[in-house]
Write a protein of this length. Structure first.
Length: 568
């Protein structure tokens, strides 16, 4: 095949898409499918989104024999296609929608990050430089065309204020579906449940439109006024950056309070930046510097005209001088202090128990987000009714014969309760267990990362104090060091007799079994064996302790300290 320029490639794509649409129209009545989508997926009912609908229908919609239209066309009518059309349509099969962050531009190419898969792509998009800025997010379909990655169809801007809500909704939906489809990956979700993602995007955008409808004219006047002021002082690129930042700030903290940019004198700047970092509106040092710079310029502009902005202008100057305090918080944001070497070690090696405990923790978090969980007055524990409901949805159920069981009688729920609170995934408000700010961060992790996070907790002082309830933490950690050394010498699958009654470590034995690392029988003889996964983990930990004296797994204590005492 000869080398094509960009315009020639686009013409071939249009031709291939027309072939696919013609095939679809000859086999089904599209209006019937549109009627099925009525109200539930209003995004596709808008004529402006017709291209997105056609792509979904041709590439993702399962038609017959569990195959899509594009797959069926390639099987049944391939002889009617040119070699270029066959290749383009074959490559379209693997395309998917997601959220993409624009990282940088490189000649005719744009480097993007798939924010849901955390994958990087180099796209051939020579015409986007003037339309999308570095650091912005878009919602679109991505795929190959004649070996070049690019956006396919519409490219939808994702406002900064909408992004956290959109990502959280997608991840919540993904994890709800995983309750029924246990091994579903985020890649498979994006491919098989495209309609869900379009609906979430539509709901998020409509929410913003509803909020902003009444004050659009005021905001537009204020923006135009500032733009005119900047035109004699800044280059075009900087002007666009400042205007975009002000629009993002408006969407984030003003519109939903029926406020405009002129109301910034009523906003506490320190609270604004604290909350923006916590909500992940500001995710990086570059974003922090950019927003501080824009607010300094805009508030200086207002302060020169109206004396009422003097105080808030001085506030942003103070924040600018002390920005390293906020940068230090960004350094710890989004970090669970995971042992990345262990994550890599166990990649694709989790057994059924290991997968079950990660899935069960997902279910527990989602249950807490969907139910009103009132706690007991004395201990702030989960009440019996909810304990039984939660236990029934778990893979690793606990058989309880007591008439009035407490949280302590459900070891898995007990673990999840404290793990969620100590990691900030859950919090207690008004005697209720509710989702914390970091719950979305957790749901973004893959199975191996979730497994390592739970495993690390078993070695931290919070687990020893709250679940094992052993006062001498240092002594207990020494026992755990000995346990790791002993287990690292065992071969997978072989039975070993334990010389001593492991009563003092019985809680750890129980949880290590839940996690798919060991199996044991302490009813008659004290026999134990490590699993394939357990052999890898214990050998790694033993080698790491020998080389570094201290285990890499004990990170959660460090995380807790940094969360409680941010560096200034």
């Amino acid at each position: 095949m000869k080398n094509l320029n960009y315009d020639e490639l686009k013409q071939l794509e249009i031709g291939a898409t027309k072939r696919l649409l013609s095939y679809i129209h000859s086999n089904i009545d599209i209006n019937e499918i549109l009627n099925e989508l009525d109200f539930e997926h209003s995004y596709f009912l808008d004529d402006a989104n017709k291209l997105a609908f056609n792509l979904w229908l041709g590439i993702d919609y399962i038609w017959k024999n569990d195959k899509t239209f594009v797959e069926t066309l390639l099987e049944d009518k391939s002889f009617r296609l040119t070699s270029w059309e066959r290749k383009i349509l074959t490559e379209r099969i693997d395309s998917h929608v997601s959220i993409f962050e624009v990282i940088s531009y490189e000649d005719e190419y744009i480097n993007v990050r798939d924010a849901l898969n955390n994958e990087f792509f180099k796209l051939w998009e020579p015409n986007l430089y003037e339309l999308i800025e570095e650091g912005e997010f878009v919602f679109s379909r991505i795929g190959k065309s004649l070996d070049n990655y690019g956006f396919i169809g519409d490219i939808n801007h994702l406002p900064q204020s909408v992004k956290p809500m959109f990502i959280e909704s997608v991840l919540m939906d993904f994890n709800h579906i995983r309750e029924d489809i246990k091994n579903l990956t985020i890649k498979e979700y994006l491919k098989k449940f495209t309609l869900n993602i379009y609906k979430i995007y539509d709901d998020a955008i409509l929410n913003i439109i509803d909020l902003s409808e009444d004050i659009d004219s005021f905001l537009s006047d204020e923006i135009d006024e500032f733009r005119t002021y900047l035109e004699s002082k800044e280059n075009r690129c900087n002007i666009k950056k400042h205007i975009t930042n002000l629009l993002n700030i408006s969407e984030y903290c003003l519109i939903n309070q029926d406020m405009t940019l002129y109301d910034l004198d009523q906003i506490d700047m320190e609270d604004l930046f604290d909350q923006a970092i916590e909500d992940e509106f500001i995710n990086s040092k570059d974003e922090l510097n950019s927003y501080i710079g824009t607010l300094k310029k805009y508030l200086s502009f207002l302060n020169k005209r109206y004396s009422q902005y003097n105080e808030v202008y001085n506030d942003i100057l103070h924040i600018s001088e002390n920005r390293f305090f906020y940068m230090s918080r960004l350094g710890f944001q989004d970090s669970f202090q995971l042992d990345r070497r262990m994550v890599q070690l166990i990649g694709s090696k989790l057994n059924n128990n290991a997968l079950s405990i990660t899935m069960d923790f997902d279910k527990f978090i989602l249950y807490c987000g969907g139910e009103v969980l009132e706690l007991t007055d004395k201990n702030k524990y989960i009440k019996k009714k909810n304990l039984i409901e939660i236990n029934n949805i778990l893979e690793l159920k606990t058989k309880v014969h007591k008439k009035s069981p407490t949280q302590r009688n459900f070891p898995i729920i007990e673990l999840f309760y404290y793990l969620g609170l100590d990691l900030g995934l859950l919090s207690i408000e008004d005697n209720q267990l509710v989702l914390g700010k970091r719950s979305t961060n957790y749901l973004r992790l893959n199975d191996e990362e979730k497994f390592v996070l739970i495993f690390q907790y078993l070695w931290g002082k919070d687990f020893i104090n709250k679940i094992v309830r052993f006062e001498n933490v240092d002594y207990f950690k020494e026992l755990l060091n000995m346990l790791i050394k002993e287990f690292s010498c065992l071969k997978k699958g072989d039975d070993y007799a334990m010389d001593q009654n492991p009563a003092i470590l019985s809680t750890h034995y129980e949880y290590l079994k839940y996690m798919g690392l060991i199996n044991y029988n302490f009813q008659v003889n004290y026999n134990i064996k490590v699993t394939n996964l357990g052999e890898k983990v214990f050998k790694y930990l033993a080698e790491d302790r020998y080389e570094n004296k201290e285990a890499r797994v004990i990170y959660l204590d460090i995380y807790k300290e940094t969360k409680e005492c941010p560096v200034s």
